[in-house]
Write a protein that binds this ligand. Structure first.
Ligand code: URP
Ligand code: ZN
Ligand code: ZN
Length: 470
């Protein structure tokens, strides 16, 4: 394998910030120093650029079914988009069908993803049917298959939702083996009542998606999830936290020394519920769960990120096209033209996480560069059992590296993004900062606008314990 030498970049990790050279051998960082001279190595000049560890996005949905709709990104297109955005590892989901063994769920997803993925990857296992047999399987999934995080839904009744007993049983089973439970925390039963009431009153437009999923019901489920975890003595991770009231529950638990963790997503940091005022069904583009919240909520999320009450920024990339053409996608947001509850939930974003957070977080002074790296790479690696192979720039770590131009301006658009989806939540937004080069285990996979990677080159990552190393 080629040896490479990245010269004169500003190397930024979660704790360091200095100018240096990085020598990479056999896909790993071999040496970091000043004025390194390795004659045979392929050289890259990084002066004027920031060098980050590759981004790790711990919440993506590629090729997943939602009712009759399937995410528009495949593992191939979605991981190319991720790479262009500076993400070199994703943790996606393996969804258990009811009645299915957990091992089969994992093996089937792996078989689908492996030939396609262009960056490194792992899975959280989504449990929808927690029976005795499945519980018996979980220790071996952690120990033999490297799946140390199990996601369950407290929302979406009849489809994905499980009850408190299932959550508690899973927590008890995985807790002393290095497992963690991730929760989509919303009170699905109450939300269902609100949805039915809205539809009975003839309120069918996308705005009602937001109006029927109140912040209080996110807070209620977050509180319940944390209390269940406290009793089971297991770390708990709340996905896509959007409501200040939910954050209060995380803060309260953390103040008491409970290992409660949470992520938020760029759309909750940069967008608000005014998007639902868009005419002509355009609001459907913003139908994701939880919905976009009132503008003032953003302030609480930023404060949470600054003071480590929120540990990670993940995208919840879950793309569905707005229209069925021109990309030839069957089943788009249009499914919900007459009923907001039928709009496939989710939005694209895997390509934008680093640039949005750099432009809107670092450049505005809300977070510093080290915290930025912590949020997009180091904390995800530590939280989900990938550190120090991933998540930092250090001798022995994988050479997943992003060369980032902090001064280059770009305009976000679906016309130029790489995701297979026909719209962007951030269409027309001008941002400063651009991913210039991306290395995956020492191989250059993105060079400006050129794609040099290859499907099937992403490696499945067996992870160690989750929720134990922060
Ligand atoms: O709207 C969303 N977030 N769709 C994906 C499924 C989920 O709830 O994470
Ligand atoms: Zn969710
Ligand atoms: Zn999700």
């Amino acid at each position: 394998m080629t040896e490479i030498l990245i010269k004169g970049g500003r190397i930024v990790t979660a704790v360091d910030d200095y100018i240096g050279d990085i020598f990479v051998k056999n896909g790993k960082i071999e040496t970091i120093g000043r004025q390194l001279d390795i004659p045979d190595a392929q050289q890259y000049n990084a002066s004027g650029l920031l060098v980050f560890p590759g981004g790790i996005d711990v919440h993506t949905h590629m090729e997943a079914m939602q009712g009759i709709a399937r995410n528009s990104d495949t593992y191939a297109t979605g991981t190319i988009a991720a790479a262009f955005g500076g993400t070199t590892t994703i943790l996606d989901f393996a969804y258990q069908n009811k009645g299915e063994s957990a091992k089969k769920t994992l093996d089937d997803r792996l078989a689908l993803a492996e030939p396609q993925v262009c960056i490194d990857f792992g899975f959280h296992l989504i449990l929808t049917d927690v029976n005795k047999d499945v519980l018996t399987e979980l220790p071996s999934l952690i120990e033999a298959d490297g799946v140390s995080s199990f996601k369950m839904f407290m929302a979406y009744p009849e489809i994905l939702m499980v009850d408190d007993a299932a959550i508690f049983r899973t927590m008890r089973k995985v807790g002393d083996r290095g497992g963690m439970v991730n929760l989509h925390a919303e009170n699905g039963s109450v939300i269902q009542v609100l949805i039915e009431e809205a539809l009975e009153q003839g309120n069918t437009s996308p705005q009602y998606h937001a109006l029927t999923r109140p912040r209080l019901m996110e807070a209620e489920a977050t509180h319940r999830a944390i209390r269940l975890a406290e009793l089971a003595e297991v770390p708990v991770y709340i996905v896509h936290l959007s409501a200040p009231e939910a954050l209060e529950n995380v803060v309260e638990a953390r103040d008491r020394g409970i290992p409660a963790f949470a992520e938020t997503c760029p759309h909750y940091l940069f967008l608000d519920n005014k998007e639902y005022d868009r005419p002509d069904f355009e609001a459907a583009k913003y139908v994701m769960t939880p919905p976009l919240r009132e503008h003032h909520c953003q302030h609480h999320l930023w404060r949470g990120l600054r003071f480590d009450d929120l540990q990670i920024v993940a995208t919840d990339h879950c793309p569905f096209c707005f229209n069925e053409q021109p990309l030839g996608i069957n089943y788009s947001k249009q499914l919900g033209q007459d009923n907001f509850a039928k709009i496939p939930n989710g939005a694209p974003g895997v390509e934008l996480r680093l640039v949005l957070l750099f432009d809107g977080g670092v450049r505005t002074g809300k977070i510093n560069l080290n915290r930025f790296v912590q949020l997009v790479s180091t904390a995800p690696a530590k939280m989900f059992g990938l550190f120090p192979q991933k998540g930092t720039i250090a001798p022995g770590s994988d050479a997943d590296l992003v060369l980032f131009d902090p001064d280059k301006k770009q305009t976000i658009s679906a016309k130029t993004h790489h995701s297979r989806v026909d719209y962007s939540l951030f269409e027309g937004r001008e941002v400063t900062g651009k991913v210039e080069k991306v290395f995956l285990r020492g191989e250059l996979i993105v060079d400006g606008d050129r794609w040099l990677g290859e499907a099937g080159k992403g490696k499945y990552l067996k992870r160690s314990a989750s929720g134990r190393m922060l």
